[in-house]
Design a binder for this molecule. Structure first.
Ligand code: CTP
Ligand code: MG
Length: 228
């Protein structure tokens, strides 16, 4: 099953606190975004990578160390001020409206082919499929430093990317969200809000989103583990 992937890469990495886009940070010797692009670049089922980036960072993206067959798959589009806007700009650039669309955070370099495969298989019967892992911690709702509720952990999942959608399902959700000023932290939340069913498959605990400084330490460990 062929697909296109939108990889939003136009963030500023404020929680990382590096003072620049965290996707340029290196794990061992490779920038995070280079590792992410290689996963999809080397996947034969992926026929296009749409990369929303900041115009001011174009030079960096063009100088990544990627073989030409991967560079040739990439379509650069303008990023937005929110992740949602970056993804929407990517979506608008897609001409083939029959295409299956994956959205994947640029900051998740450890997504595996196994996870992608589970999502693609499930997409045979559904219009929206995301991957997730069961929560390990007990989750409580806390307001002003006081617990107001302990939520039943058996129903809680940590949501990751890739998230897959039919073009129509994702485009309709994004357009309605814009019309109504709805902002979600992932694409599935727009689709849920728009009334469509979102199915879940198992993700991978190693498929972390590199977000804060501590994550760089974990990222190096995961990278080493995958390499050996
Ligand atoms: N992203 C984007 N456009 C934005 C904001 C985020 O394309 N306006 C991308 C990021 O580059 C990242 C992905 O969305 O690959 C997930 O976002 P996140 O992990 O939150 O990255 P940042 O927004 O860069 O980090 P922070 O929220 O800490 O500032
Ligand atoms: Mg962000």
């Amino acid at each position: 099953m062929q697909y296109k992937v939108i990889i939003p890469a136009a963030g500023s990495g404020s929680r990382m606190g590096a003072g620049f886009n965290k996707l340029f940070l290196k794990i061992m010797n490779s920038p995070i975004i280079e590792l992410t692009l290689k996963v999809f670049g080397e996947d034969e089922r992926c026929n296009e990578i749409i990369l929303p980036i900041k115009e001011s960072e174009q030079h960096f993206f063009h100088s990544l160390n990627l073989p030409s067959f991967i560079q040739n798959k990439i379509t650069y589009v303008k990023g937005g001020s929110e992740r949602q806007e970056s993804v929407f700009n990517g979506l608008v650039s897609i001409k083939d409206t029959e295409s299956l669309i994956l959205v994947h955070d640029g900051a998740r370099p450890f997504v595996t082919n196994e996870v992608i495969e589970r999502i693609l298989v499930k997409m045979n019967e559904h219009e929206a499929v995301i991957c997730a892992v069961p929560m390990k911690d007990t989750i409580k709702k806390v307001i002003d430093g006081v617990v107001v509720e302990t939520i039943d952990r058996s129903t809680l999942w940590g949501i990751q990317t890739p998230q897959a959608f039919t073009y129509k399902c994702l485009m309709e959700a994004h357009q309605k969200a814009i019309e109504n000023g709805f902002l979600g932290t992932d694409d599935a939340s727009l689709v849920e809000w728009n009334g469509s069913k979102v199915s879940v498959v198992n993700g991978d605990y190693n498929n972390i989103k590199v977000t804060t400084k501590e994550d760089l330490f974990f990222a190096e460990t995961i990278y080493e583990q995958y390499r050996s």
